[in-house]
Write a protein that binds this ligand. Structure first.
Ligand SMILES: *[C@@H]1O[C@H](CO)[C@@H](O)[C@H](O)[C@H]1NC(C)=O
Ligand SMILES: *[C@@H]1O[C@H](CO)[C@@H](O)[C@H](O)[C@H]1NC(C)=O
Ligand SMILES: *[C@@H]1O[C@H](CO)[C@@H](O)[C@H](O)[C@H]1NC(C)=O
Ligand SMILES: *[C@@H]1O[C@H](CO)[C@@H](O)[C@H](O)[C@H]1NC(C)=O
Length: 504
């Protein structure tokens, strides 16, 4: 033994110096990394490509499925899919869960799958009509609290299932309660805001509370809610997290096994939301914004309420306009949406344009017309759609430092700016954007281009739809006892099988 070792000494020595060399390289790259990355970007984008011939098990793929490419061919198998969603949006302005339900399931229906949507009737408007014959709605009256009446929808579901059984069941949040979902292996639930994430929002709300408002009990109640969720979430077989952060929380805090948690980031319609110079010109003409090299146009969209951060945005702008006339003269703020803060913004001066709520096509024009999109939200639930829409339109974004946003959307300074939800931090960010733009107008446009390239790769409705389709194929095949010999292994992903990219 001793002799062997000594004879190996020289190579061992080489090995040691190789190690020293390696650690030197890595410390240099670490210095580089820490110099160029902001400490808030806790999730570094992994740019390493998958090996072309290395198959991966999709169910345990740790990153967002949006990073994978899926074939643009027609689906290998058409599925019968049941969808439980509390409310189906009547108008295009819906956000969050409803927007997700609409965008995703229309993509799947257009891909040819048979969809059965179990949802509530709307009290007011007539239900929207679609020309797709493979999209079926099963309506029921909501409970007093506005939820799906579980006994009724379950009966409707059973009726449908008794003719041709469903391949897969999808519930948007607790549309189908865990008591019913418990024993279904071919089921996936998508979460749009979980209680653990909401604690951050609650802390912020408490900090921005004005002295005359009484303290809310949300914080104490929320932690109890987290414990409840930790207990009942495992009843659902598969979980889709709509942000990288939510995926991490579901695995780490909610202790759901890794192979049952899948990250699929939201997608938006990039046929509607895309760069368009003509729309930009039209927008600027319509609202009297001169296209000059010095002016900067900030845009905000959504409900103009406290939760969306308008009190801090209002105060930050008010203070900046008061202390810096140059800023005031060179910045326009365009606000789409309605709510109590609309009129207050108007009082800030003629460079604040409050447009009221916009339809989807007008919204596309709005994104094109602005230079940077600002979302000062104080409440992060799921993955914000407006940030994704601005991104695919080629606009950089400025947003509150919520983990879902810094982990999945503004993952580096290259594509935008982030700030803490305080007036001071927001002011600092606004001054920084303005300063960057004054130094070099191209800098803002460049960030917009980086944002768009990343957005086209990750945040299109087609990418989201393709990822869900594959998940559904995978869990449907897993739970079916295949009569034929061997089943298609949709859970196995081979990069070389999927060269065609579905996004374009
Ligand atoms: C229903 O319509 C009434 C009257 O038009 C309106 O006041 C109410 O806000 C509407 N409710 C919903 C949920 O849209
Ligand atoms: C749906 O029908 C199939 C076939 O009859 C059955 O195996 C399955 O258990 C049914 N699903 C539910 C949730 O009842
Ligand atoms: C689920 O399965 C458990 C154990 O097999 C059973 O006790 C329970 O009644 C089932 N629940 C439903 C809703 O079918
Ligand atoms: C406005 O802010 C800029 C950048 O911070 C500064 O250079 C300039 O002097 C300020 N102008 C006024 C009038 O305070």
């Amino acid at each position: 033994m001793v002799k062997d070792q000594s004879s190996n000494m020289p190579s061992f020595r080489y090995f040691c110096s190789f190690l020293v060399f390696l650690s030197a390289i890595s410390s240099v790259s670490f210095l580089y990394w820490s110099h160029y990355s902001n400490s808030f970007w806790f999730s570094q984008e992994d740019t390493t490509e998958l090996q072309q011939n290395e198959a991966i098990n999709l169910l345990s793929y740790p990153k967002a499925w949006n990073h994978l490419s899926f074939s643009s061919n027609p689906p290998p198998k058409l599925l019968k899919i049941a969808v439980f969603v509390k409310k189906w949006p009547q108008r295009n302005q819906a956000g969050g869960l409803e927007r997700h339900a609409l965008t995703l399931h229309l993509v799947l229906a257009k891909r040819g799958h048979e969809l059965h949507i179990f949802t509530t009737t709307s009290l007011n408007s007539s239900f929207p009509k679609y020309s797709l014959t493979n999209l079926h709605f099963h309506l029921s009256k909501p409970t007093a609290a506005g939820y799906l009446d579980q006994a009724v929808v379950w009966k409707q579901f059973q009726n449908q299932n008794s003719t041709i059984p469903f391949d897969v069941i999808h519930t948007e949040s607790v549309g189908l309660l865990y008591t019913r979902a418990r024993n279904l292996t071919n089921l996936a639930v998508s979460w749009h805001g979980i209680a653990y994430e909401a604690i951050h929002s609650d802390i912020i709300q408490e900090l921005v509370r004005s002295p005359d408002e009484s303290r809310s009990y949300a914080l104490t109640e929320r932690t109890i809610r987290v414990v409840e969720e930790v207990k009942f979430f495992p009843s659902y077989a598969h979980h889709v997290a709509t942000s990288d952060h939510a995926g991490d929380v579901l695995k780490r805090i909610y202790m759901i096994p890794d192979e049952r948690v899948h990250v699929i980031l939201n997608g938006v319609d990039n046929g509607i939301f895309k760069p368009d110079l003509k729309l930009r010109k039209d927008f600027r003409k319509k609202f009297g914004i001169a296209e000059s090299s010095t002016s900067l146009v900030l845009g905000m969209a959504g409900r103009l309420v406290k939760d969306k951060g308008h009190p801090i945005m209002f105060e930050a702008l008010r203070q900046i306009f008061e202390e810096n006339a140059t800023f005031w003269k060179s910045v326009y703020v365009v606000v789409a949406g309605d709510g109590p803060w609309g009129d207050r913004y108007k009082n800030l001066g003629s460079n604040l344009l409050v447009l009221g709520p916009l339809e989807q096509s007008q919204l596309a024009m709005f994104y094109n017309g602005i230079d940077i999109f600002v979302n000062p939200t104080l409440r992060a639930q799921g993955l914000d759609h407006t940030l994704l829409e601005a991104t695919v339109c080629g606009k950089p974004v400025m947003a509150t430092r919520f983990a879902s946003i810094t982990g999945s959307v503004v993952v580096s300074h290259e594509m935008g700016y982030t700030f803490s939800p305080t007036v001071a931090s927001l002011k600092e960010a606004l001054y920084t954007v303005w300063g960057d733009h004054r130094k070099d107008r191209g800098a803002i446009e460049q960030k917009g281009e980086v944002a768009r390239q990343r957005g086209l790769k990750l945040f299109t409705a087609m990418k989201m739809g393709a990822a869900y389709e594959r998940l559904f194929l995978c869990i449907a095949s897993q739970s079916q006892v295949d009569k034929k010999n061997g089943r298609d292994d949709y859970c196995r992903y081979l990069p070389s099988d999927n060269i065609a990219i579905l996004d374009q």
